[in-house]
Design a protein. Structure first.
Length: 489
């Protein structure tokens, strides 16, 4: 699997000999199959930002194919067979490959390929490029020398390392470190190198480690295993494990979306926390409570400034009279104001009413008829309600004024063709209304979507047309089409 930030697209491939072999996703959540793909068992894929080109390699057929969008593929001709790994060097403007039997090839454009020096490695498995060292590094599962390196992709030098079945290798620019993982060996299925030449065995649990990736933004390596386990490390030496359900096969990091995506034989995982990007910041650390790395909570102590009735401080009064307000205690006042936290251990009986300030909410309709273009917002230009002033009637965007769980709804109508409309949070789809069928001629379908999602301050919510054609109309008193939402709590 690979992520292309220029296209905002994940592309995942399959080693299966049948069925759909390639699928794509803009967010790691919504996936669709490619329009066409090589009818072979696919082994590795790479993206070239400079050429705006995907290259995929495989062990049968023509052995290599290219695509500008991940959805439409063209098979090319390779001078060597059984290709199993591919990498791209922006500094050399060069693709490099290694085969199942240790042969190598290169190409400046992904179309024309030239066979290069063979490596005395029985089974090449993975390779990567270090821009800082200007070096390709390849690892293998078998053979006497299971690492090879090259500064030009044409000639290779072999290196003897521990004879484990090395499956993956990655480079960390900020650490200046290669890390390789294996699915065989005892207590040493990871190794590291600062130059690709001298390697040091590390320690990791003996799992069937399959793939490794690096997040420069979070400063961690993440590895996945076929037996469902994952592990992460900030230095390549100390690893912390967790377990998923499934046969993990690939993992990739998207800096733009702030998520890891893991593909398994059974499905897909994303690493978001309540739909929020991962962060090095302790999200549970505040003035009211905090949690440490061991999972221990610390809560704010209630002070004498936290509970006031009129001008009387209840905490002070209790300190001089009794420690607890019991059912026999008459606590009568015209106003009860809390400016901090308080706890009611029993029942609270209110003979009058309990009020709270208005929660943030908004509602917008339209005074005009519109047919928004694809990849533009549906703009409801007539705000009816806008507590906190978060709605922009010029852009159709609502900026979240307060953290919490929010309910949103939106309505529109079809325009005689198939369509897809999404509610997006910071550009990421959280809900969608669509049809794959073209409506009957002269028939417009009334459509409505609704969703509850967690939000934080300054998140931007918008209704966006992704495909097809839709419209909104001014319904006058009946308000045919609208967009709104409110904070639940």
């Amino acid at each position: 699997m690979v992520y292309a930030p220029e296209l905002n697209l994940f592309v995942a491939i399959s080693k299966s000999f049948s069925g759909n072999r390639i699928m794509t996703s803009p967010n790691g959540i919504d996936w669709e199959y490619a329009n066409d793909y090589p009818d072979n068992s696919l082994f590795d894929i790479v993206w070239s930002p400079e050429l705006l080109l995907f290259v995929v390699v495989y062990t049968t057929g023509s052995y290599v194919a290219t695509s500008p969008d991940g959805k439409n593929w063209t098979e090319r001709t390779s001078p060597i067979s059984n290709l199993i790994a591919v990498s791209w060097s922006p500094e050399l403007s060069l693709f490099a490959t290694i085969s199942f039997n240790g042969k190598t090839s290169s190409s400046p454009d992904g179309i024309t390929w030239t066979e290069r020096q063979s490596i005395n490695t029985a089974q090449g498995q993975d390779m990567c490029w270090s821009s800082e060292l200007e070096l390709f590094v390849a690892v293998a599962q078998t053979g006497t020398n299971r690492v090879a390196y090259s500064n030009n992709g044409l000639t290779w030098t072999e290196v003897a390392v521990t004879e484990n079945a090395w499956n993956g290798v990655i480079w960390s620019p900020s650490l200046g470190l290669f890390v390789a993982i294996a699915d065989s060996g005892t207590g040493n299925r990871v190794m590291t190198s600062t130059n690709g030449i001298n390697w040091t065995d590390g320690t990791i649990t003996d799992r069937t480690w399959e793939t490794i990736t690096w997040s420069e933004e979070l400063g961690i390596f993440l590895v996945v295993a076929r037996d469902g386990y994952t592990a992460y490390s900030s230095d390549g030496f100390t690893w912390i494990e967790s377990v998923l359900t499934g046969n993990n096969r690939g993992v990739v990091w998207s800096a733009e979306l702030g998520i890891f995506v893991i593909v398994t034989i059974e499905g897909v995982y994303t690493s978001s926390l309540k739909n929020r990007p991962p962060s090095n910041t302790n999200l549970f650390d505040s003035e009211f409570n905090s949690i440490n790395e061991s999972g221990e909570w610390t809560f704010k102590t209630l002070t004498t400034t936290d509970l006031v009735v009129g001008t009387t401080n209840i905490i002070t009064e209790l300190g001089t009279k009794q420690a607890t307000i019991t059912s026999a205690t008459d606590l009568t006042s015209n106003s009860l104001t809390t400016i901090g936290n308080g706890t009611i251990g029993g029942n609270l009986t209110i003979s009058g009413s309990l009020t709270n300030r208005n929660q943030p909410c908004f509602k917008a309709t339209t005074t005009q008829s519109l047919q928004p273009s694809v990849d533009t917002n549906i703009i409801f230009n007539n705000p009816i309600i806008d507590v906190e002033g978060g709605y922009n009637s010029s852009t159709g965007e609502y900026t979240i004024p307060k953290d919490g769980n929010w309910y949103f709804y939106y309505s529109f109508q079809s325009n005689g063709v198939a369509f897809k409309v999404q509610l997006q949070q910071d550009g990421v789809a959280r809900d969608q209304v669509f049809t794959d069928l073209t409506p009957t001629a002269d028939t417009d379908i009334g459509c409505k979507g609704m969703v509850i999602i967690p939000c934080v301050v300054n998140d931007v919510i918008q209704i966006r047309v992704k495909t097809g054609s839709v419209g909104i109309e001014n319904g006058g008193f009946f308000e045919f089409h609208s967009f709104g939402g409110f904070l639940i709590g």
